[in-house]
Ligand binder design. Structure first.
Ligand SMILES: [Zn+2]
Length: 171
């Protein structure tokens, strides 16, 4: 993983890549060069909503279930979604977590992130992201995602809603 490959073009601005994630990772690596080889990314099977088992999903949905472990020993980590939002966040202890709840996705993560950028956190392309003005190129009724290269068609969907109304019927 070469950190410079995921550096946004303009300082302090996210584009295909997140500025916060870049800044966060480069700060960790700058402190200790060996950490680059130790740093692990995990999928956390333990749902942060309800504690249920969550199978790995390629749609990382804002990184809520993704943990960055800077030292690779599963002793402490950071939540990816907080890193993306704030850049700066608190290290928390992983020692009481169950080993079975961690799935190492480091290589997959960096390969995919380098390829498709922040679309890794919004595969459905439904979310709103900071600095996403340049995400799409629109051509008539289609658009191309400039980050992952996907094409989408515009479709108008009719949504019917059901209203409840109280009526009094003559007996
Ligand atoms: Zn995309």
């Amino acid at each position: 993983m070469n950190i410079e490959n995921i550096r946004p073009k303009v300082k302090n601005e996210s584009d295909k890549y997140s500025w916060n994630l870049y800044k966060f990772l480069s700060r960790i690596i700058k402190k200790n060069k060996h950490i680059k080889d130790q740093l692990r990314i995990y999928w956390n099977h333990h749902s942060r909503w309800d504690g249920e088992h969550l199978p790995f999903s390629k749609d990382l949905s804002n990184g809520l279930q993704v943990v960055i472990d800077p030292y690779g020993g599963r002793s402490c980590g950071y939540f990816m979604n907080t890193v993306l939002l704030k850049g700066n966040c608190e290290l928390f202890s992983l020692s009481s977590w169950r080993k079975e709840d961690f799935l190492d996705i480091t290589d997959w993560f960096f390969d995919t992130y380098e390829q498709i950028g922040r679309c890794i956190f919004d595969l459905e392309h439904n979310g709103w992201m900071q600095g996403a003005d340049e995400r799409y190129t629109y051509v008539n009724n289609t658009r191309k995602c400039n980050w992952c290269g996907e094409w989408h068609h515009r479709k108008i969907k009719k949504i019917t809603t059901i209203k409840r109304k109280e009526l009094w019927i003559k007996e």
